[in-house]
Design a protein. Sequence first.
Length: 285
Amino acid sequence: RCFYDQKILQKTFGEWKEWWTVCGERKLSLRAGSHYRHLLQNLIFKAWRAYVCQQQGKRNKYCVAESHAKKQKLLRTWRHWLVYVDVQRTKHGMQSVALAFRERSCLRISWAVWRRRHYQNSSGHKMNILALQHWAQSLQFRAWLQWRELYLYSQNDKQKETRAVTHHRHWELKRCMEAWLGYLNLHREKKLQNELAQEHHQRRIVRQCFSHWQLSWECRRRVHAHQKDIEKLAARIALWRVFAHWKHYVVLCVEETRQCELAEKHYKHHLLVRALLCVRWKRLW
């Protein structure tokens, strides 16, 4: 009866252990699914952000190119206008010279020649105005053609980019699905490896914490020892300074005493000399 109870208990425990393992694998599969969805969303967000940054860079380049084209067109117009102004100045100078020559000569032939030249200049001025108008219209038409070509090229680039993004998304989904299936197949093997790795990581963290604590303790001990040495050295330096000041004071006192003695001897000698001189002077009288 006891052997029978033991066998029944062993079978019950084996079935309970198998049921517990199945529940743990189900929890891990749910966690893997949530991790896979989070990773896929992160990849999609990164791809969208890169696409937005690239579009912003292209728009900035297009604005810079458009502003550069406007500046170049304005610069060319300004140069042609400067040439035109120089030509007009030259023409006005020639007209002033012709008027001066007409006033000086007052000849009919010169007057007729000047009238003919003036007519030629006016006709040339009108032709120049017409040529400038035609050149401006042709320049505007060329600029419009270039803008249309750039716009069509940008539209083609956008279509190609959208196709490339959709292809990349499909490829990423396929690759992630294959990786997820491989992860499910190798999940049991990785479980044991993860447990061993976690245990090794905990041991390594404990060793690192102990080594950091030991280094910090050694560093603090060295800092305290260095502070004590610095305090001792400061005390020695202060004592040496006091002794040096005391020695200098003693030397000054000795020098002052010696000078006082010399002054007193000199004063006594001076008094003795004056006394002797007085006595000698009285004897002479």
